[in-house]
Design a protein around this ligand. Structure first.
Ligand code: GLU
Length: 432
């Protein structure tokens, strides 16, 4: 029976590295019809915080990594004490004050690692191991070994940064007479300078990516590529199909480079393929938070806005930044754009265009374009002379989708008003 565990310490948020470890354990369990255990390693009662625990659970749920069994080490101190006493009684451990310390025998130990094959370690280099601290709490390694053994963990899959703990833990398994599990040490996650991923390089909490508008399926997809590949250079792969192909033995030894650009690219692919209705549901909380919509969302207008930007955005927050002008009353035009596109006074031309648009009975992409072309022609201008000034006046941006698509989604009333006010009330708008 395959049984694996993810064992976070709630002393901080769930970061990219932890989420990758959780995911690989989860995928391995699912691919082998095994069991996935979530074990909270909260023996350090000073540094462990409920707030972090809650955030870890939320992030796991958000990522879709359901666990089959759940434990908290803080509820298991009696068990660790019992095994410490057993080792004392057997003469394998001794006391130093209140602390319990394991005598480490000198021998060769073998680590069986599914990614790195066999690793031989000489325990000569190991000092005697503290099992229970003088305050009565177990050390990380002791609690970890007791739990992995009692929970019948078959494979310990964790980051390479734990490799130096493994021989120390094997010595504890052997002292307790427990079966040693197999190990898999996942490659480090590196930043673009090939250094261990730090906060600066984007190793932020899963929640932060969520707030930045990344989708859980895109994060999961990206995480699985950090050390593993589904083959055929495939990069966009659903969790279901990844589970079918996943093999822990195929995980790389070499460090995996983290790239925010790649994560954004994957997110954009998911956004592009997403059904408009689902994208709307995901966007509504973001729109509400910015005050762009209230309880009564105009579903049709939102669907039009979403379709306008779906293929162009990398994150949900990108949508808010690009489409803001559709939701707010007055657009903000940055001084450089005003200078570049609106320094020539087009008030007469804008007025004429506004009038013509206002008369339209059917207001859509086609009719706005016809109106725009006939007005520019009558005024002896090229369409291109007015495209940029009008775009900036309507949207506050110098780039974006086609002008007539935007006009039609913006609607007649706002379009007409913004054209009329672009030069008549410049004082308010110029001095943002
Ligand atoms: N609580 C340890 C950590 O957060 C778990 C290490 C392990 O998987 O054994 O790093």
């Amino acid at each position: 029976m395959i049984k694996v565990r993810f064992a976070p310490s709630p002393t901080g948020y769930l970061h990219i590295g932890g989420a990758r470890t959780a995911l690989f354990n989860w995928m391995y369990a699912r691919s082998q019809n095994g069991i996935f255990v979530l074990r909270i390693e909260d023996t350090d009662q000073v540094r462990s915080k409920d707030e972090f625990l809650q955030e870890i659970l939320d992030s796991m749920q958000w990522l879709g990594l359901k666990w089959d069994e759940f434990y908290k080490q803080s509820e298991r101190f009696d068990i660790y004490r019992k095994y410490a006493k057993q080792l004392l009684d057997e003469g394998k451990a001794y006391k130093d004050g209140e602390a319990v310390i394991l005598k480490v025998p000198q021998k060769q130990v073998k680590i069986y690692d599914l990614i790195r094959d066999e690793i031989d370690v000489d325990t000569k280099e190991l000092k005697d191991q503290v099992l229970m601290k003088s305050d009565g709490s177990p050390t990380y390694s002791f609690a970890c070994v007791v739990d992995d053994a009692l929970m019948e963990i078959s494979h310990v899959i964790r980051g390479e940064d734990h490799i130096s703990n493994t021989p120390k833990q094997i010595v504890i398994y052997e002292a307790l007479g427990f079966k040693v599990p197999k190990f898999a040490h996942l490659p480090l996650i590196l930043d673009d300078e090939r250094a261990r991923l730090s906060k600066r390089a984007g190793a932020v909490a899963v929640t932060d990516y969520r707030k930045q508008g990344f989708l859980s399926e895109a994060i999961v997809n990206y995480l699985m590529l950090l050390g593993w590949s589904p083959g055929n250079n495939q990069e966009v792969v659903s969790l279901d199909s990844a589970v079918k192909k996943f093999s822990i033995k195929k995980v790389n030894k070499a460090g995996a480079a983290f790239s925010l650009e790649k994560l954004k690219w994957i997110n954009a692919q998911y956004l592009k393929q997403m059904e408009t209705g689902r994208l709307m549901e995901l966007l509504i909380p973001f729109l509400k938070e910015r005050g762009y919509v209230d309880g009564n969302v105009d579903q049709d207008r939102l669907a039009q806005a979403v379709n306008l930007y779906k293929g162009r955005i990398a994150t949900l927050v990108d949508f808010l930044d690009w489409a803001d002008y559709l939701f707010i009353d007055d657009v903000q035009i940055i001084p450089e754009d005003r200078e570049k596109y609106l320094s020539q006074n087009f008030s007469r031309e804008f007025e004429r265009l506004a009038e013509r648009l206002n008369q339209l009975i059917e207001y859509n992409m086609k009719t706005t374009e016809e109106a725009f072309r006939s007005v520019t022609e009558e005024l002896g201008l090229k369409a291109s002379d007015l495209v940029h000034p009008v775009r900036v006046a309507l949207t506050g941006k110098s780039i974006g989708p086609g002008l007539f698509e935007m006009m039609s989604v913006l609607g007649k009333e706002k379009t007409v008003r913004r054209l009329k006010e672009a030069f008549t009330t410049p004082s308010i708008r110029r001095e943002e």
